[in-house]
Design a protein around this ligand. Structure first.
Ligand SMILES: Cc1cc2nc3c(=O)[nH]c(=O)nc-3n(C[C@H](O)[C@H](O)[C@H](O)COP(=O)(O)OP(=O)(O)OC[C@H]3O[C@@H](n4cnc5c(N)ncnc54)[C@H](O)[C@@H]3O)c2cc1C
Length: 576
């Protein structure tokens, strides 16, 4: 079946919905999503969205932009960070005017709280910048934008798994999607396509990410010849629920929660004397892993899976129940711990992809040399780059609403001036031959063990602390697993809701993303932000102040580079 739209948006999280909302003002727009929009992972975002509204403390977009650049260890493109911070303010008010029920101050303005790395006057002291709706900020953003899209007559194709992009040279012509309910293959022909498929934390064993976060967009664009940028930078959030990785928002520390080791010591005093528990995430994750390595984790056995406590007991029941109600529920449900009475056991959890599909500030996919016409990306799957080597908390939601909106606005203009592209012959051939191989006679391996081994090797060897030998091991493991993947066969060939097929498609994407991540990490011989190498402990600006572009061809990853925009602030040592 062939559909025709001016604009097709792949993904119905915050980035996709904001882009669809803007595009639909002039363009006939479809959103194709493997999940129902309201189940997108944006709904899990708890702590808040950063914007220098200055409702409780003096604040300015320039300070927000500076914190973003410093937080990202100077790998951030600085003009993009300035756009992020300046447009955050308008975008938050836009959401408020669309009906988003933000928490309020006593005098009725949008409430704001502290988050890691957000400071006043270029690092002087913490500032309250995060706008929030209790600990359900992402959920509220998703509901608000979805309602607006419906009002704007955006057409939704829910539970459609996009399996390929159709390119004619460097110009987009559409996408291929599998309808999960029927197993039917659909072709969407379009003048513009935007990928907003979210993150890929599922390549790690302990992660805050949902099962669906499998990097589909970046992987299928990589297979189509588009390089991925800065994939070595993957953020580990310091406070995941022990063994499960489910997130305990930084908002808990923003409200005054304290990290403690087995002696009850507030160990962040030694690692970040000014910002303490609200230092950026890479630093706090490393501090926890260092405490564990010193035998100061709660078990004290120095093993990588030891943990520390996040203590909120001194905040009192009223604060816990009103400011972090969902967190309190998670802890009672999963840990049998009431955070108003007992500290929460936490450990770092794979959380956020700083790297992804390279774009300019209008969401156009570009590697700096080639721009793919009509092809856009936004949100966590994209790399503008405003997060550099380490994203500050609350800046992802800002990224979605600023750059999702900008990309949608650009698409609305772009589609006015171009004609509907022709579909190249055999547009769906790549997917059809993949499917034929999966259903060809003979028995094959099961995807389960491959999935498990991939997550284990990535967690152990490409985690918070890294070194050459371990990353080399991951590169080899992933290469072997990709070979085994080639032997898989579908056990269940039924057309309707074939979760076997879906699992295999997602595993292929994760394996490709893991390969690119491990090679990019091995290649960067310095420590910067979340990429922390024991064998190269220092940041090396003369050699490494550059973005990685990693291309995947015939299963091999090759690397080249792109300049970083450092036109506003000169890189300085990063202390807090
Ligand atoms: C637990 C948690 C808490 C967080 N809290 C915060 C916070 O407080 N503040 C903050 O700034 N950030 C936070 N983040 C990060 C932030 O929530 C995410 O980075 C952001 O929501 C990603 O939004 P997105 O629109 O890019 O993708 P998502 O919301 O993940 O949406 C992806 C969409 O793509 C679709 N999709 C994926 N693959 C395909 C495919 N093959 N075909 C069709 N559709 C596809 C999915 O169906 C989905 O609709 C948090 C993250 C987590 C995990």
């Amino acid at each position: 079946m062939v559909h025709e739209f001016d604009a097709v948006i792949v993904g119905a999280g915050g980035a996709g919905l904001y882009a669809a909302l803007e595009a639909s003002k002039t363009a006939k727009t479809a959103v194709v999503s493997k999940l129902y929009p309201s189940r997108s992972h944006t709904g899990a975002a708890q702590g808040g969205i950063g914007a220098a509204l200055g409702n409780l403390d003096e604040d300015k977009p320039e300070w927000h932009a500076f914190d973003t650049v410093k937080g990202g260890d100077y790998l951030v493109d600085q003009n993009a960070a300035m756009i992020l911070a300046e447009e955050a303010v308008r975008s938050v008010y836009n959401l408020e005017h669309m009906g988003l029920p933000f928490s309020r101050t006593e005098d009725g303005t949008i409430a704001q709280r502290r988050f890691g790395g957000h400071t006043r006057n270029l690092g002087e002291a913490p500032v309250r910048r995060s706008c929030y709706a209790a600990d359900r900020t992402g959920h509220m953003i998703l509901q608000t934008l979805y309602q607006q899209c419906i009002k704007n007559d955006v057409e939704f194709y829910d539970e459609f798994q996009t399996v390929d992009v159709i390119l004619d040279g460097n110009k987009v012509a559409g996408i291929i999607a599998l309808e999960l309910k029927t197993g039917q293959v659909h072709v969407f022909r379009a003048k513009a396509v935007l990928f907003a498929t979210g993150g890929f934390g599922r390549m790690f064993k302990v992660t805050s990410n949902a099962l669906a976060n499998t990097g589909d967009g970046p992987a299928l664009l990589a297979r189509a010849g588009i390089p991925l940028m800065d994939m070595e930078f993957f953020q580990f959030h310091p406070t995941g629920i022990l063994d499960m990785g489910i997130l305990i928002t930084e908002g808990v520390r923003g409200e005054g929660g304290i990290l403690r080791n087995r002696d009850g010591e507030r160990f962040m005093e030694r690692y970040a004397p000014t910002l303490l528990d609200l230092a950026p995430r890479d630093m706090v994750s490393r501090a926890i892993m260092t405490e564990i390595a010193r035998g100061k984790g709660i078990r004290g056995d120095k093993k990588i899976d030891d943990y520390v406590y996040l203590d909120a007991t001194h905040l009192g029941r009223e604060v816990v129940e009103s400011k972090i109600p969902d967190i309190a529920d998670f802890c009672r449900t999963y840990l049998n711990v009431d955070p108003a009475e007992k500290p929460m056991p936490v450990q770092p959890t794979a959380h956020y992809a700083m790297g992804g599909i390279p774009t300019d500030v209008h969401g156009r996919v570009t590697d700096g040399t080639t721009t793919w016409e009509g092809l856009y990306a936004a949100g966590e799957c994209a790399c503008v780059s405003v997060h550099g080597a380490n994203r500050l908390g609350t800046n992802s939601l800002v990224d979605l609403i600023v750059f999702g909106r900008r990309a949608g606005q650009h698409i609305a203009q772009y589609v006015k001036d171009v004609s509907m592209p022709q579909l190249p012959d055999g547009a769906d051939e790549r997917f059809r031959s993949f499917y034929d191989r999966l259903t060809s006679p003979g028995s094959g391996a099961h995807p389960g063990p491959i999935y498990q081994e991939m997550q284990e090797t990535m967690m152990t060897n490409v985690g918070v602390y890294r070194q050459a030998g371990k990353m080399q091991q991951a590169v080899e493991d992933i290469a072997r697993l990709r070979n085994q993947f080639g032997e898989l066969r579908l056990e269940d060939e039924s057309p309707s809701f074939n979760s076997d097929l879906l699992g295999i498609l997602e595993l292929q994407n994760l394996l490709d993303i893991s390969a690119v991540t491990a090679v990019s990490a091995l290649n960067r011989t310095e420590s910067r932000g979340a990429h922390s190498r024991e064998d190269f402990p220092d940041r090396d600006d003369p050699n490494w102040l550059k973005h990685t572009l990693a291309e995947l061809r015939d299963g091999q990853v090759s690397i080249r580079y792109k300049d970083v925009d450092v036109s506003i602030w000169k890189p300085k040592p990063r202390t807090y």
